[in-house]
Design a protein around this ligand. Structure first.
Ligand code: ZN
Length: 858
């Protein structure tokens, strides 16, 4: 799965009492009953709110029992029984914790092979979990999203990733619909306006990868694939998939060659889903995508191509890693995701160098969350859906960073060989992270498992300090004032240093709290993070830092960016003062490389927590002074030979200026761009359009709410709607309330409601009116939004760096957070980050204000 946002799930009032299974494993099924094959027949009509079905599961009972366990959630079980030849054993089904069902027989069930038959019915979900209804341009569709634990909402099953079995799916639906599943159609018959579509048996796979799509779908062929494949869309949209179709075979071939094996399944379809909570989902043979990723112009702007290509590569990488070789249990899901993300970056670097994935510092996306005193390790106990989701977003980026680090140490070729061996050893089966580390150990000249343990089984990351006498020490990085436990890591250091005027390099492992390396004593400067591959922060003396800045040209682009972010982290940790931080920023602010420019703007925006009504004007002058040279150079119009980095830098420079330094010139340009976009959205890049529209929403005295809403309603394109939603940031309270109400209207899909609410409250300094609105509308909002969005509400809506707002949040969630699975954890994360921010503000506000004054006066 590819996340657009971090995800969590909710389960209502789940109790933690223990059932008849052994205590430790009460959240899993007994291993004494083994399924080997499942047939599912579903009657699905997208125009009806409910569905029905029956399923037959072949099982081996390996030890006599009177209970057959399986999963289901929100289904009505009409009948359940076992068959062995002609013998029929009726089962009485009762529900237990973790959605586990007990089918109890009145007699002993001897060890033997049986078929488990279950007849059931249920209602379609409407919040895009499980098997769900989706409306688009007046038509109804049914799609599925089963990862992680939602196959059980569509059919009773052995819904754990360790049970990898073949499935055979049959769907009955009104004849007009296209019906899709993981394999090709074996047989289709039509009677009385209903069709029965029987799909081929699948290869062995876990239940979370079973998928269905039913509706009036249109299709466009994917050319040059080695297996049959089409992109399916809601009616009338197929012609907009040419860009995705054109690139798919190329990406697939690149992966086949990396893994050294052919695409493992029978066909490969994509579906553009109009109401989709995540980015995409790697169902075997039927990948579902947020429609904004597949429905595009034939040749999108360069910067607007990258997420589509990257997500396709990510999902297709899962066909091997995740699908062909599956984690044994959900506690290794992070590795599926880390691997797919890492692999996708590799494909992007290989096939699309113009997107410059080489320059990305993935670890920077993890460091913030991973510094929290309450963050959990990547590897942790997982029992429920919300345990899986807790920190998964962080784990994507942390995991990818660690894989990248190992690859850089082992070497690309040897790493690839290790991966190929691992895939071959475990094809169509399950494996654990440890199995991968063991294989990589055979191609590495260091102890991979032991090093991995220090990064995966404990949270956070090291701060490595270099003393003048050559002593290197490590401690757990944390923001100033936070209390954390002491830890050590095995830290690989690839060090460049200058001593006596000569630049040298050395590699070493820091595997203890302290170590002395004589050759580093009295160095002029030290840069210990070659090519910015490390998962750590580091510190040298002020003099060494100044000397390094004198020689800044020895660093490559990744290293320069990393130096800037590292300095900012040291400042947040209270290790250096603001002057030192700004010294590094000033050394880089006019670097001619647009990637460095973006890193500088991103660092400036990290200081926004220190910007308030009092200093906003002077901050605006500071921003104008630093960024106007870039603005003059880049303008707002894209040019045909712009690199993606140039386009992105243009967007961020213009974004900062139009928000904080709204000169008459900037405002005039913004009005022009906003109107140009509304006249024809293809005229203005999305990143520029969002910012121009925001400028109007914030500063214009016209009614931009009505203008934006009407435009949103008139356009069904997901990218246009996304641009408009993100621009609806008003400061006028009436318009804010209207924007919030709009999120609840039928025009905004359940999966997108969260984005609209988030934008609507972004313009508020004092969140009182938001909580008044939320009090009144919480029931409606929680009925509408996907479960994991509800669980994550505290993080999405209530992260704040303002003590009054935090009090409002505390009051609001006090009676609610225990009622929604996952919400209490999300609340803790939000409050934790708010507290860190408040403490940083306390520490830094006065200095920052003084700095701004000094910086804008000269
Ligand atoms: Zn994924």
């Amino acid at each position: 799965m590819k996340l657009k946002h971090l995800r969590l799930w909710l389960m209502l009032s789940m109790t933690i009492s223990v059932n008849s299974y052994a205590k430790e494993t009460a959240y899993r099924l007994s291993t004494l009953i083994k399924p080997s094959y499942q047939q599912i027949t579903l009657k699905v009509d997208p125009d009806s709110p409910s569905f029905s079905g029956e399923t037959t599961i072949t099982i081996d009972v390996t030890k006599a029992t009177d209970i057959i366990g399986f999963y289901q959630k929100d289904l009505n079980i009409q009948q359940a029984y076992l068959m062995n030849g002609d013998i029929r054993i009726p089962l009485t089904v009762s529900s237990h914790d973790y959605d586990i069902q007990h089918g109890k027989a009145t007699q002993n069930i001897a060890a033997n092979r049986y078929t488990l038959h279950i007849v059931f019915d249920g209602n379609f979900n409407t919040t895009s979990d499980g098997m769900y209804l989706s409306k688009f341009e007046g038509l109804n569709y049914v799609f599925t999203q089963f990862e992680d634990m939602y196959a059980r909402r569509a059919f009773p099953s052995f819904d754990e990733p360790g049970f990898k079995i073949p499935y055979q799916v049959t769907v009955m639906s009104p004849e007009k619909h296209t019906v899709l599943s993981n394999t090709l159609v074996n047989k289709r018959t039509v009677k009385d306006g209903w069709q029965t579509v029987e799909f081929n048996k699948t290869k062995p796979m876990p239940s979370y990868l079973v998928a269905l799509a039913v509706g009036e779908l249109d299709a466009y062929d994917i050319p040059n694939l080695s297996v049959p494949g089409k992109i399916y869309t809601p009616k009338g949209q197929a012609h907009r998939t040419k860009f995705a179709a054109k690139h798919t075979a190329r990406i697939l071939q690149n992966l086949e060659s990396y893994f050294g094996s052919a695409y493992p399944y029978q066909k490969l379809d994509f579906v553009a889903v109009p109401n989709f909570t995540f980015g995409a989902m790697e169902n075997v043979g039927l990948v579902t995508y947020r429609s904004s990723l597949l429905l595009l112009d034939d040749e999108p702007r360069l910067a607007e191509q990258s997420s589509t290509l990257n997500v396709i590569a990510h999902e297709l990488a899962h066909m091997w890693y995740g699908n062909l070789v599956t984690m044994a249990w959900w506690d290794d899901l992070w590795l599926n995701e880390a691997f797919a993300s890492w692999m996708a970056s590799k494909v992007m670097m290989d096939l699309y160098p113009e997107q410059n994935f080489k320059g990305r510092l993935v670890q920077e996306g993890a460091f913030g969350a991973d510094a929290s005193p309450t963050v959990k390790p990547v590897k942790k106990v997982v029992r429920s859906q919300s345990d899986v989701m807790d920190g998964l977003g962080l784990n994507y980026s942390k995991g990818e960073s660690i894989l990248q680090l190992i690859e850089s140490m082992v070497g690309e070729k040897a790493f690839q060989k290790g991966i190929q061996t691992y895939m071959k050893n475990n094809a169509f089966s399950n494996a654990q992270a440890d199995d991968l580390w063991k294989v990589l150990s055979t191609v590495a000249d260091f102890d991979v498992p032991t090093m991995m343990k220090t990064y995966l089984e404990q949270p956070s990351y090291p701060l490595v300090e270099f003393a003048a006498n050559g002593e290197i020490s490590q401690s757990r990085y944390h923001v100033k004032g936070a209390e954390v436990e002491e830890q050590t890591w095995i830290v690989p250091l690839a060090i460049s240093y200058k001593k006596n005027g000569k630049v040298s390099r050395t590699n070493l492992f820091l595997n203890t709290a302290k170590k002395t390396v004589i050759e580093l004593a009295e160095a002029d400067w030290i840069f210990p993070n070659e090519n910015a591959m490390g998962y750590m922060r580091w510190k040298v003396s002020t003099e060494q830092l100044a000397a390094l800045l004198e020689d800044i040209s020895v660093l490559n682009v990744r290293e320069k960016k990393s130096l800037l972010y590292n300095t900012e982290a040291l400042f947040s940790a209270g290790e250096i003062d603001l002057g030192e931080m700004m010294m590094v920023m000033d050394a880089l602010v006019y670097d001619s490389n647009p990637m460095i420019g973006r890193a500088v703007v991103s660092t400036m925006s990290d200081f926004l927590y220190l910007v308030d009504k009092e200093n906003e004007a002077i901050f605006g002058r500071f921003i104008a002074k630093k960024l106007t040279p870039w603005f003059e150079r880049l303008g707002v119009e894209d040019k045909p030979d712009d690199s993606t980095d140039t386009s992105r830098l243009r967007g961020s420079v213009y974004g900062m200026l139009s928000r904080y330094a709204n000169t008459p010139k900037v405002e005039k340009v913004s009005a022009q761009l906003a109107n140009q976009y509304l006249a024809d959205p293809s005229n203005v890049p999305r990143s520029i359009a969002t910012r121009a529209l925001r400028n109007m929403a914030r500063f214009s005295d016209q009614d931009w709410f009505t203008k934006l809403r009407d435009f949103y309603v008139a356009n069904t394109d997901a990218n246009i709607r996304g641009t408009i939603s993100r621009a609806m940031i008003f400061t006028d309270e009436q318009q804010i309330t209207k924007a919030l109400d709009f999120a609840l209207s039928d025009h905004v899909s359940p999966a997108n409601a969260m984005i609209n609410v988030y934008a609507a409250i972004s313009g508020l300094d004092d969140q009182t009116i938001f909580y008044i609105w939320l009090d009144k509308n919480f029931d409606a909002l929680s009925k509408k939004m996907p479960a994991y969005h509800i669980a994550r509400m505290p993080e999405y809506f209530s992260s704040s760096c303002d003590a009054d707002n935090i009090m409002l949040a505390e009051k609001f969630y006090a009676g609610k957070k225990q009622n929604f699975e996952g919400m209490a954890r999300s609340y803790d994360i939000a409050i934790d980050s708010a507290k860190q921010c408040l403490s940083l503000k306390d520490n830094n506000q006065a200095n920052f204000n003084r700095y701004l004054k000094a910086a804008t006066n000269n």
